[in-house]
Design a protein around this ligand. Structure first.
Ligand code: SAM
Length: 233
């Protein structure tokens, strides 16, 4: 079975021998891979929608995994019992949806020692939520897959205080480790802010002027960070 670079990196972030749940499993590729390679003894695959749920069922049966990949139809963490799994993967959906999933199952959430999260958008918002709701950002990594750079965030119960919003924007562990893809991620953010700036510049209100200043300052700081993480010392 061949996984994409993104799914392979997600698999690598799951602790060895963990009983894992994959929320929004789609074709169940990740849990099938984790169990068939022996990295995880068992997995729970959760899927909300009928089409992907049937696709997951077919894939699990064709890989002869029905005894070790337990497929459940349902919403987020709700099909899980507290304490049932050692790690949870939620990947390939937006940060808002992930936050809702975490909020709606407080008992399951509190029982999980390790989350592997890969939001498709709004990663800064997810980081902000995690560090203000009893998590620390235990590990982070960027992965290139096709034209995209994906942000993987591993969260564990704990305390973390992040004052500088710039770190929430690109990930404190990515900065500490000088992730090789970080300069490119920052450059993409800067380009996005430049596009927003062009739109804001049309406005003549006081609010538009303030927004422009804030965006210009954010671009300046991101630019400085990109230079700092590419410095060779
Ligand atoms: C884009 S796919 C990502 C699949 C896989 N996790 C990956 O990263 O490649 C998102 C999947 O999550 C499912 N999904 C969305 N919201 C969900 C929820 N609240 N609970 C369970 N599954 C959900 C969707 O039906 C879809 O199959």
């Amino acid at each position: 079975m061949r996984l994409s670079p993104r799914l392979l990196k997600l698999a690598a972030k799951v602790p060895d021998y963990a009983v894992v749940a994959d929320i929004g499993t789609d074709h169940a590729l990740l849990p099938i891979y984790l169990v068939s390679t022996g990295k995880c003894p068992r997995a729970v695959a959760v899927e909300l929608k009928e089409g992907p749920y049937q696709a997951a069922r077919t894939a699990i049966e064709s890989f002869n995994m029905a005894g070790s990949v337990d497929l459940r139809r349902g919403d987020g963490l709700k099909p899980l019992v507290p304490g049932e799994v050692d790690a949870v993967v939620i990947a390939g959906m937006g940060a808002e949806q992930m936050i809702r999933i975490l909020e709606e199952s407080p008992q399951v959430r509190a029982s999980v020692p390790w989350f592997v999260l890969q939001p498709m958008e709004d990663a800064p918002k997810l980081r902000g939520y995690l560090v203000t709701h009893g998590f620390r950002l235990a590990d982070e990594e960027l992965v290139r897959d096709g034209d995209e750079i994906y942000e993987i965030i591993c969260a564990a119960p704990g305390q973390e205080h992040i004052e500088d919003e710039l770190l929430l924007e690109v990930g404190p562990r990515n900065v500490e480790r000088r992730d090789p893809l970080l300069p490119e991620l920052i450059e993409r953010r800067i380009q996005r802010y430049r596009r927003i700036l062009i739109q804001v510049e049309q406005g003549r209100t006081q609010r538009a002027v303030e927004a422009m200043r804030e965006i210009q300052e954010r671009i300046r700081r991101l630019d400085a960070l990109a230079r700092a993480v590419t410095r060779h010392d």
